[in-house]
Design a protein around this ligand. Sequence first.
Ligand code: ADP
Ligand code: ZN
Length: 300
Amino acid sequence: MTELVGGIEAGGTKFVCAIGAGPDDIRAEVRFPTTTPAETIDRVVAFFRRQEEHHGRPAAIGVGAFGPIDPNPASPTFGYITATPKPGWSNFDLAGRLGEALGVPLGFDTDVNVAALGEWRWGAGRGLGNFIYLTVGTGIGGGALIDGRPLHGLVHPEMGHVLVRHDRTADPYPGRCPYHGDCLEGLASGPAIGERWGQPADELPPDHPAWGLEADYLSQALHDYICAISPERIILGGGVMEQSHLFPMIRQRVRESLNGYIQAASILRKIKDYIVPPELGNKAGIVGAFVQAQRLIDDK
Ligand code: ADP
Ligand code: ZN
């Protein structure tokens, strides 16, 4: 990949815009808080206009967006942020408005599918056709590449909202998902950990019982993803996974709960290479948007 492309990481808290060709070739980058749609779009457009003087107009721009979104190009609401509690953003035509304002072809997908593309090209998903990228942070979201393509389907996967066994005697915390209460995100997101224990997740010591419980919920979800999708690897990122001691706990629980049923060396003997942290850290999203833009050009 040599051609310069654009990337937009459209997050619920912040936006990142960049021009470049890869993780070691980011020519310009800006980040700013997500405010109103109008103000945010203006800032995106201002960034790309400024870059035109130095780098010309990129041939395409990839967008990884917070969701839920409509990623189906055949749908009348393609490119919309659909239902979000974020004021002003519900039913907002993000891809349409950006496309109009920027005047270049735009890729559009979930933030996690786009991050998966980044890890596929330059990170922990290199060489794999089928894998999952899960982020455990303010929310929990999963993207997947299936035969090399981001998985959509009816809408797009919502891996954070799967149901896990919740023993209310051991863990009376009711969960905080506004739709499901104690779905995975309701029980195991960063804010859920903080609320349950009355202390921010990043301040809890490594020997705190929070982490055993966290590993339990995450490993249940991973068990289900493995059975349903048969990924060749699972990448776990996001702020909560900065607690690197979670990895061995999750690997052990996944292996125990699958109980030898999935006959694959990756799980039986090499699970350390199967459930892994991202290699690109917080760059996965923005460089994934480059990959998406590049694919748009190549598919033409
Ligand atoms: P976002 O999901 O907003 O994109 P992050 O993935 O950084 O951003 O997630 C932020 C959440 O992750 C916060 O709720 C915080 O509780 C949690 N978090 C951030 N850093 C850590 C850490 N080092 N250990 C545990 N939890 C963390
Ligand atoms: Zn939910």
